[in-house]
Write a protein that binds this ligand. Structure first.
Ligand SMILES: [Zn+2]
Length: 188
């Protein structure tokens, strides 16, 4: 995936000293890579949606009719988007992180323990713990966006309110054919 400024600008932090608010940094081979302020913003958007989905009333699960693919190969299917999102979020995190990072992530983000006791439970200094969390968030945010073919971010594409690459039908207004009226004058 190629990151562009049009995608990162809205997500970047205006006060970020690393990217100066542009959202892009120089990577290897003169490639542009997303700044941590952008990927962390993506992580927080996805994590907030994950928490809202988990706390949702399970009796109110909605089965959605959704379109898979675009163009002629597309078809309609039924799905439970909220449950799928919870599973995708959890599995993406587990696959992306190393074993020690996954342990930190589970304690810090999934256990529900207050932030004041996180670093004590992990036996880490508070500064080291915060830095570890920042690295986790940046790594996961990038994975959420770059996962192919269906990344978790943008959320509106995941939940089907926006379809990327969809063919928009062009509506051509019909113009009525003009037929001149010729009454039978000779017969009259
Ligand atoms: Zn930045």
């Amino acid at each position: 995936m190629k990151w562009t400024r049009s995608e990162t600008l809205a997500l970047s932090s205006a006060t970020c000293p690393r990217c100066n608010g542009l959202g892009l940094c120089h990577g290897r081979g003169n490639n542009s890579i997303p700044c941590h302020c952008v990927t962390r913003a993506i992580f927080h958007a996805c994590f907030n949606r994950f928490r809202a989905s988990v706390q949702k009333d399970k009796g109110a699960c909605i089965v959605n009719l959704e379109r898979i693919g675009t163009g002629r190969s597309s078809h309609m299917t039924f799905g439970r988007k909220t449950e799928e999102y919870i599973a995708d979020f959890y599995l993406t995190c587990k696959r992306t992180l190393t074993a020690s990072e996954w342990h930190t992530f589970r304690v810090a983000y999934l256990s529900g323990v207050p932030w004041s006791v996180y670093h004590k439970r992990l036996n880490m200094l508070r500064t080291n713990f915060m830095q570890a969390c920042y690295r986790l968030e940046a790594k996961l945010g990038r994975a959420f966006r770059e996962t192919e073919p269906f990344g978790l971010y943008p959320l509106n594409e995941y939940f089907g309110t926006v379809v990327r690459g969809a063919h928009v039908a062009v509506i051509v207004p019909m113009v009525p054919r003009v037929v001149p009226v010729r009454p039978p004058m000779a017969a009259a």
